[in-house]
Design a protein around this ligand. Structure first.
Ligand code: DON
Length: 307
């Protein structure tokens, strides 16, 4: 795998594409990000990390959290129960689309990566209160990243909570059809905190490594999730992780990955390493434009495609 100076070179190349992207601003607090920021970490099973860019920058998980909550609810409830509430098929639609919800019968979201499916998954996190459910999720994230300091951005959570009218409408649709049965404001509170969990690209890479190693943290030896759960999550990363760009991403890059509108990408190269990226300039599908460029350079240069 590459040296630090090669990685720095790739970052320099990828940064040139930042001008073609735009930071997300439908969550007002995310609009403050600098589109020219770009950092990356590659975490290897022996604990070595190769990084480039300002790796102290923190990124909120946004949709990357969907892969982690999915793992947690699969552990909490098992495959059968989870897939009664949410499907397994890609949509080819943008992440916030409501369109397919009316077309499928019974009315359940097509997959856990689109917002409707993610809301149904967050609904399933076990616990007696929003506080307890969020605490359980945060503890799980901290364990995956091997970092007990990880927390969430209150500013980003509040900013999304106050403006998430489309997500609220998805919740009401799901409630009408019996997919969820909790108070919508409580679910939005939990979901927006989940999306606002923040960490560096090094933490992201370490989580990617656990998925890459089939749910086992190679540094502690702990099996954090059953290998079947890691397998399901990685499969969703391939089929739906980059939303309606997942097909092109699979062909051109071929690495299981999950993006967020904050500009984060978590990638897992099976059996080899985890990759974390933070580059807030997004393309029109909500994926980091510089992050995708970086992954493409890495995949091509080091033959990382799983296909
Ligand atoms: O629910 C939302 O719209 C955001 N909290 C997360 C969306 C997201 O990250 C989509 N990713 N590319």
């Amino acid at each position: 795998m590459c040296t630090k100076s090669e990685l720095e070179q790739f970052v320099k190349q990828a940064k040139q594409y930042a001008r073609f992207g735009k930071v997300a601003d439908y969550i007002p607090a995310l609009g403050k990000a600098n589109p020219n920021d770009l950092s990356i970490a590659i975490y290897k099973p022996d604990g070595n990390v190769i990084d480039a860019g300002d790796t102290t920058d923190k990124v909120t998980l946004q949709s990357i959290s969907k892969i982690i909550t999915l793992a947690l609810v699969l552990i909490d409830h098992g495959e059968k129960e989870v897939f009664q509430k949410v499907g397994m098929e890609p949509t080819g639609d943008p992440f916030h689309s409501i369109a397919k919800l009316e077309e499928v019968q019974p009315a359940k979201p097509l997959n856990p990566m689109i917002n409707a499916g993610a809301l149904a998954v967050t609904h399933m996190i076990n616990g007696a209160s929003v506080e307890e459910r969020f605490w359980r999720l945060l503890q799980f994230v901290r364990k995956l990243a091997g970092n007990p300091e990880i927390s969430y951005s209150k500013e980003v959570a509040t900013s999304e909570f106050e403006t998430a009218f489309l997500n609220r409408s998805l919740c009401y649709f799901l409630k009408q059809h019996g997919i969820i049965n909790e108070d919508v404001e409580e679910l939005m509170d939990l979901y927006t905190k989940q999306c606002a969990i923040e960490m560096t690209c090094v933490d992201l890479a370490r989580i990617g490594l656990v998925f890459a190693m089939d749910g086992r943290d190679p540094l502690t030896g702990e099996q954090i999730m059953p290998s079947d759960v890691a397998r399901i999550c990685k499969t969703f990363m391939v089929t739906c992780g980059m939303y309606n760009a997942s097909g092109e991403f699979a062909i051109k890059i071929g690495i299981p990955a999950k993006s967020g509108v904050s500009g984060g990408i978590l990638a897992a190269v099976p059996g080899r390493f985890g990759i974390g990226i933070f580059g807030p300039a997004l393309d029109d599908k909500g994926n980091s434009i510089t992050g995708m460029k970086l992954l493409k350079l890495l995949s091509k240069t080091y033959s990382l495609s799983i296909f």
